[in-house]
Ligand binder design. Structure first.
Ligand code: SF4
Length: 378
């Protein structure tokens, strides 16, 4: 039986944040969401038949904003998943939530289904920042939601925080770090704001009304986060992720270890049987394909041996522990030192990689230019 991580995409939000280029749609009514779930069920059934009930070792329900579904829709979603997947005994089930869309009932429904990890898009503890980003929630919503979740027994909570925001300075960032640590979540994910095409921010940028954030200051903010969070009991285990002991994201580690996963929903990607499949992102296309009994796959990329080895390197190097040499041999049948002799030698000389008898990992200097390092393995 295939053991996989499962990502489920819910492409709906209450409103579009000004910086967001994710595949999400604001303002869809309940009918649109009901219809989407019907098609998500069709897709799940096709995969269920194809793989004879795969065993899910993790499920990540993301978006979009999964918690903008109604109570009934959430229950329907959970029913689709439990009917078409076999859950491993120690499965990690994460649901993403926007603090502006969660209440006691939705949290209780999620907990009752078996969600044992909650990921909240906090982004900032400053009202000014939230307004600039176009977030629908307030700082108080964050505190209220966190308290409710704890009260219901969620003991594994991730909070997302963004830096490099317009007008944000180091002092403002330090305040955010202080406040997030005060809440004591088990996991913290950091994101640097980038101005992406097809966003409201990009339009402002094009008109000269928004400037790109100074990269030097962003580095200082990142550095501050590493030092502050590490000093406060959070292990820096991935380039942008920090966790208390034993609370690393099990689901994301599947990606970073280049293991198989299934993506369900519009725009979701899967990595199965040495192929990467990307679903159609438009709701109409996604639904139309499934209506005709087809999987809604827009693009299939065959991951040959060379590419698979490269992916093992640049995904694995995201983890601070790096790539385990014995895992590389087991997966690819060749030693990493032989396969990437030149690249490893060059990057070590530049002080960007470290090597121990068991692992290859990014150096502290390499962390800041990780993309440059990754390119050497392509
Ligand atoms: S809530 Fe998340 S997915 Fe939705 S618009 Fe904002 S950033 Fe994008």
């Amino acid at each position: 039986m295939k053991k996989i991580g499962v990502y489920v995409h819910i492409p709906f939000c209450m409103a579009k944040c000004y910086y967001c280029d994710f595949n999400s749609y604001a303002g869809k009514g309940d009918v649109g969401k009901d219809t989407y779930l019907t098609f998500l069920e069709k897709e799940s059934i096709i995969y269920n038949i194809k793989y004879l009930k795969m065993e899910a070792i993790s499920i990540y329900i993301g978006g979009g904003t999964p918690t903008c579904l109604t109570d009934k829709q959430l229950m329907k979603l959970f029913n689709i998943l439990s009917s078409n997947l076999k859950f491993a005994n120690d499965i990690e089930i994460t649901i993403e939530g926007n603090p502006g869309t969660l209440d006691m009932k939705k949290l209780a429904i999620s907990k009752g289904f078996g969600c044992n990890r909650l990921s909240l898009g906090v982004q900032s503890f400053s009202a000014r920042d939230l307004q600039i980003l176009g977030r629908i929630h307030t700082v108080q919503d964050v505190y209220n939601t966190f308290k409710m979740a704890r009260g219901l027994g969620f003991n594994n909570i991730n909070l997302d925080l963004m830096y490099g925001l317009p007008g944000q300075d180091i002092q403002g960032w330090k305040e955010n770090l202080k406040k997030i640590v005060e809440l004591q979540p088990e996991h913290i994910s950091l994101y640097q704001l980038n101005i992406e095409k097809n966003t409201a921010f990009f339009k402002l940028y094009k008109r000269g009304l928004l400037e790109e954030f100074e990269q030097d200051v962003a580095f200082l903010m990142y550095d501050e986060a590493i030092n502050y969070l590490s000093a406060n009991g959070y292990r820096h285990y991935e380039i942008s992720n920090f966790a208390k002991k034993g609370r690393e994201s099990y689901h994301n580690k599947i990606y970073w270890r280049n293991e198989e996963y299934l993506g369900l929903g519009a725009g979701a990607a899967s990595y199965l049987d040495s192929n990467r499949y990307t679903n159609m992102s438009s709701l109409d296309d996604y639904q139309c394909a499934l209506d005709g009994g087809e999987l809604p796959i827009k693009k299939t990329e065959v991951i040959n041996k060379k590419l698979s080895m490269a992916e093992t390197m640049f995904l694995g190097l995201r983890l601070l522990e790096g790539v385990k040499k014995s895992d590389f041999i087991k997966k690819h049948g060749i030693s990493v030192e032989i396969q990437y002799k030149n690249a490893i030698g060059k990057l070590k000389e530049q002080g960007l990689l470290c090597e121990t008898p068991t692992h290859i990992s990014l150096s502290k200097k390499g962390l800041y230019v990780a993309n440059v390092v990754f390119c050497e393995f392509l």
